[in-house]
Ligand binder design. Structure first.
Ligand SMILES: [Ca+2]
Ligand SMILES: [Ca+2]
Ligand SMILES: [Ca+2]
Length: 192
């Protein structure tokens, strides 16, 4: 019986190792699928993050159906809020940041014309424009240099050597800019 038993045992061992190999192959295959899924997931996550970073810079509400919060007005991909409270430029900025926004950046004449309509006649409001880093070099809060400008005649004049913050002045023609003292308390326009 020993004679019959041994080959049977070795046959069983061979069968077991074949099964082990089969399991190993299945496991490897499964690992590959998991890794691939991980890679695909990472790809989408990274791309999504890039998109949301881009959105954060200036537009939180890019989709037509996306409504702005209460008291905010939508134009294209952004929401705007005109404060009623008067604050200096820095305080105004903080108030915007507290709402997940920042002082508005004017990217186009169209955008300015729209926001100009939110202001009362001759009203002036802080926007995200400053030359506090280097006098005379006007920058937007997102770090972009100012290319298209809508300065009032003879502005920016850095009056008294102390005007480093930009404001939008409501006009019938769609608004103009002036540089004013950053300490001046006035209303502001947030954008998100
Ligand atoms: Ca903008
Ligand atoms: Ca200045
Ligand atoms: Ca001025």
């Amino acid at each position: 019986s020993k004679h019959i038993f041994l080959p049977a045992l070795s046959l069983g061992g061979c069968h077991r190792s074949k099964q082990l190999l089969k399991h190993a192959v299945v496991c490897l295959g499964f690992l590959c699928v998991v890794l691939l899924a991980g890679n695909i997931g990472q790809f989408f996550f990274c791309n999504f993050n890039t998109v949301s970073t881009n959105l954060n810079s200036n537009s939180f509400y890019p989709f037509v159906g996306m409504l702005c919060p209460k008291k905010w007005t939508k134009f294209k991909t952004s929401c705007y809020f005109v404060s009623t409270e008067r604050r200096n430029w820095t305080e105004s900025r903080h108030a915007c940041v507290d709402e997940g926004a920042d002082l508005m950046i004017i990217d186009s004449h169209e955008e300015q014309v729209f926001v100009n309509r939110l202001l009362h006649k001759d009203q002036n409001a802080w926007i995200g424009l400053t030359d506090s880093v280097e006098d005379g070099v006007w920058m937007w809060l997102d770090g972009n240099t100012v290319t298209t400008t809508f300065w009032q005649a003879e502005q920016p004049n850095n009056y008294g050597g102390n005007q480093d913050c930009g404001e939008l002045v409501q006009t019938q023609s769609g608004g103009e800019w002036n540089d004013d003292g950053c300490f001046s308390k006035q209303i502001s326009i947030c954008e998100k």
